[in-house]
Design a protein around this ligand. Sequence first.
Ligand code: SF4
Ligand code: SF4
Length: 268
Amino acid sequence: MYAPKTKKNIIVPVELGLDSTFTFTCTRDMPCFTRCCKNAHVILTPFDIIRMKHRLDMSSDEFLYKYTTLGHIDKTELPVPVIKMQEDGENTCPFLGDSGCSIYEDRPLTCRYYPIAAGIFHNKDLAANKRFFALIKEDYCLGHKFGREITVKEWRNTQGIIPYDKANIGWSELILKRKSLGPFVEISEKSLQIFFMACYNIDRFRRFVFDSLFLNIYVVPEERVKKISEDDSAMLDFAMDWLATVLLGEKKIEIRKQVDEVDVAEAI
Ligand code: SF4
Ligand code: SF4
């Protein structure tokens, strides 16, 4: 998830597991406090955007327009929003206030994990997905010098990471499946656009579901329709099921019998 601007010598090339330990602390009285919020490359996951737009009382359209720029997920052409740093000579994060992160309780996953870099890969032998972690060591970060020993598992718990990883699981799986297709399978521009909308622009995706022929084409139980109309997390789960259906042919959402392929193509 973390993609530092200068990769040289800062990610310790040791694979960490959940029970691996590292030494770290981060407190307000450290001379480096908030240094990591400048010149950072913070990619945003779908659940980050839901949390941040609620915190800021904005729509996802407004949030993306005001606070993000476009990046790409490592080794894919899949788009991902990245926080747009300020043009103040220091590339300061727009959410940095006088006393630290102004959205701390809703800070993005990348910031929660730091100084850990987290990733996920498909383990063919175990036929399952496996998380992996690595330590990021940047010269200016004094947390490595004064810290106490902590496991990756403890870090994930104390930083409130687990609900984020759970909410983003459908998105992570889509990315893994895209990567497993290999670089020679091309994804159309239209598919990339619907991927972006469904993953990151939840309010626009909701309008798409409720203001188009969508519900005439797909079978969505009434209870789920009610839930996705009110709840962004439920809508995100639904969006991931829909993407798996239209991009990967997984049939997670059923198409009504009388609807043919042409109707589906027209609706999207
Ligand atoms: S210790 Fe590291 S993570 Fe904490 S404020 Fe300083 S630079 Fe940032
Ligand atoms: S979101 Fe908060 S913690 Fe993350 S870089 Fe910006 S100010 Fe720092």
